[in-house]
Structure formats: C-alpha cells, structure tokens
Write a protein of this length. Structure first.
Length: 342
C-alpha cells in the first residue's frame, strides 16, 4: 500500500505541473487522467491489491486524488472556454438576452372579458363535458331524433356508440345545470364546441362559445334585451348600435338574433359585414316551455331567457381579425400582437 500511496503523490505532482494552453491540451489531459482507460481508473483498479483492513483508508486517498484531477481539468476547461469567447469578441460580463414573455391567446382574453362582464350581473360560470350524449345535446333542448333543426348542426358522432358525440353547442351545459339545480338559475357556459364544417377564413370545425341562461319567476324579454345591451356596451363601447331580428331556435320561443354596427367599417359596409353595415354576434330568446318541462321546472311558474355567442366572432370584431384560421395556427407573429392586451 505504501508504494500505491507514493505513486498517487507522484501523480498529483505531475498533474500540478501540467499546463493546458488550449482546448486540445485540455482534452488530452482529460483522456490521459480521467478517461475510461486513464490514470485515475487504473489507480482505482489497484484497490483489489490492498489488504481488506486498509481499503477504507486507501479509498479515501483515491477519492481525494480523483477530485483533485477533476478540479484541475475543470480549471483548464473554464480557462480555455473564456479565452475562446474572448477571441470571438464575446464579453461574458454582459447580461444575457431577455427571454420573450408569452401572452394570453386572444380567444382567452375575450372569453375572460365576456365572463367578467356577466359575472358583474350575477351570472355564475358552469362547465360540462365536451363528449356529450344525445339527450343533453339535442333531446333535452327540444330537438328529438326526427327534428329537422338537427340538420342545422353537422355533428361529429362517436363511431363506437352513435348516441355519443362531440357537443355542437354549450347548451348541453345548460341542460346539465337545469337537471341538477332548481330556479333561480343564472349561469354562463363558456367552452369549446365542434361541428363538421369545412375549414375556411369564416368557419372552422371547432370553435368556442359562451352561452347564458337565466330562469326565475317573471323573467321577460325586456330583461333579455337589457342584459345584452349592457354586454355590448361593456365589450364594444356605448357608441355601438344594436338591433334585434326575429329568428328561430328550437329551444327558445320567441327567438331573436342580435346585430351590432360593424366595427371594422363603422357601418359603411365591408366584406366582413357583407356590405350591410351590421354583423350578427349572437342568438337569443325566451326558453321554450318544453325545455323547462324536460327538467321538471314548472313552466307555468317560471320563465327564462337564453343566449349564445361565438368567442371567435367577438374577437374578430374587437381585434379586427380577418381569418378564423389564425386562432389555431400558433403563428408567433400573430400571437405576439396581443402581448399586454386587456
């Protein structure tokens, strides 16, 4: 063992006198002393020749020798790395480049703003599954299997079980709320929905909705109009004009669509508003009595209103986005425009 200890001291002196003036010399040092066939490995292999009672002591000396060699190599590597950076004109004392900070997606920004507006009116947020059964998506909403209004929504059905589907609207969440809760009910239902449509600048196979439901005694169409007037003014400003048009939805009666004056052309006419000066932003109406009856809510005692809007359409008007496909392409040039948006 004495010979081995003396050999380690000699190697330490040899390592101390080794100088690596460039990266190649540092690499030669690593191979010679720290490589798989290097000096440190060879000395560790001598452990088998040390008497058992002295192995602990020798092991400590070996470990110290290994750390000494590794520290020497690290000093070479650091010194040569600094010299290389200096020769390349790099000032290592300068602060690093700032990492770009991400931002919320424009659809998330608008969704959160919509939710915030209706929360101030006392609406609670309700959510439900995106894979839905036929009853909650269609049947409970007054669309039986043979109802022609089902053709209005091109549905993605689950092949293994056609009674399950990707929800076509967040009205299914309203159905689940009425199933579990009795009036008064005041909820908004934000979420992603799916329809089998050709992807284009004006349509997509998935999009986002925010639907609202208010059921209580003596709820009137006037309450619906004032609620939506408040929403439009908070979202787009008090100067925006609003109009209601009669429409048809199987789960509301009477039904209406709401238009606002086009924010892109100021009402003068453009491709977005199809040169009419008006853009439809949501559908609404009084909840059909049959829908209330489906959930055991007395339609003679309670009335309610419902509405639904596409988040993409609201975002398009608010930020003047001319192509719906931009929302899902993750193009950083598009998304970074919304950094700092409120």
């Amino acid at each position: 063992m004495e010979q081995l200890l003396q050999r380690i001291q000699e190697l330490k002196q040899e390592i101390s006198g080794f100088e690596a003036t460039d990266a190649a010399a540092a690499e030669n040092f690593r191979i010679k002393y720290l490589g798989t066939k290097g000096v440190v490995k060879a000395m560790m292999g001598e452990m088998k020749n040390v008497p058992a009672e002295q192995r602990k002591e020798f092991g400590l000396v070996l470990n110290d020798f290994k750390q000494f060699a590794e520290a020497r190599y690290e000093s070479f590597a650091q010194r040569n790395g600094t010299q290389k950076a200096a020769s390349a004109g790099i000032d290592l004392s300068l602060p690093g480049d700032a990492i770009p900070v991400g931002s919320r997606h424009p659809l998330s920004l608008v969704r959160n703003q919509v939710v915030s507006i209706f929360k101030r009116l006392g609406f609670a947020v309700a959510e439900g599954p995106e894979i839905e059964d036929d009853w909650h998506n269609f049947g409970a909403m007054n669309l039986p299997e043979d109802h022609p209004a089902r053709d209005m929504q091109d549905t993605f059905y689950i092949n293994q079980n056609p009674s399950w589907l990707l929800r076509t609207h967040t009205s299914s969440v309203q159905a689940r709320v009425m199933e579990k809760q009795k009036p008064p009910i005041r909820v908004i239902c934000p979420g992603r929905v799916y329809r089998n449509e050709t992807v284009s600048a004006r349509a997509h196979c998935f999009f986002h909705q925010v639907e609202g439901l208010y059921v209580d005694e003596n709820v009137s169409f006037a309450d619906l109009k004032q609620t939506l007037y408040f929403f439009v003014q908070e979202m787009f400003g008090k100067e925006v004009k609003v109009r209601f048009r009669p429409s048809y939805f199987p789960f509301t009666e009477p039904s209406a669509e709401m238009d606002i004056s086009c924010l892109i052309c100021g009402g003068d006419g453009c491709t977005v508003c199809k040169h009419t000066g008006w853009v439809e932003i949501l559908g609404s109406g009084m909840v059909h009595p049959k829908v209330l009856d489906n959930f055991g809510i007395d339609s003679n005692k309670y009335t309610g209103f419902a509405f639904g809007m596409g988040v993409e359409r609201i975002t398009q008007l608010k930020y003047q986005v001319n192509d719906l496909r931009l929302y899902s392409q993750n193009d950083i040039r598009f998304l970074k425009q919304f950094t700092g948006a409120v």
